[in-house]
Ligand binder design. Sequence first.
Ligand code: FES
Ligand code: FES
Length: 185
Amino acid sequence: MRVTFTVNGDPVTAEDTWPGESLLYVLRERLGLPGSKNACEQGECGSCTVYLDGVTACSCMVAAGQCQGREVRTVEGLTGDQETGAERRLGTVQEAFAEAGAVQCGFCTPGLLVQADDLISRTVGAGQAAPDDPEIREALAGNLCRCTGYEKIIDAVRLAAQREQVLANATGGADSEPDKGGERE
Ligand code: FES
Ligand code: FES
């Protein structure tokens, strides 16, 4: 089965996919995008989280055939300057995770980055207040970290949200782009 869809703004085609093949497998093994991690393959850990048509989803639970004609955005797509060909910069959430020391082995990090990016888009990016700690914890509840560094992860998301809030305030609020480093749906 041939599947054609968009990944991080680029049209892609996967040939000869088999009926049970997951989007995660296609991303990692066919398209050379290993950022989304393969941990449980059962929809339990969130390490494989991507955007599918702007909504976060566990890519291990999405069949490749379901992606025909749709838009996928992976953790690789959170970086900036992709369209200009300039050197890529880390997005706000990625920088915050690095600065806050929120990464240990890093296996859970890609999924957390996408989920945190989504939370900030839905709050600060929509002209609302930065999420408080309970909102952050709830948003990340489906993302498991085996290294259990959750406090630093919360710190990182709080930091990223605050920075996006400052950017939004400086550039006019809700209608402004929420992430200085990347594009948004
Ligand atoms: S690998 Fe997809 S949820 Fe764990
Ligand atoms: S940093 Fe190791 S699983 Fe989260």
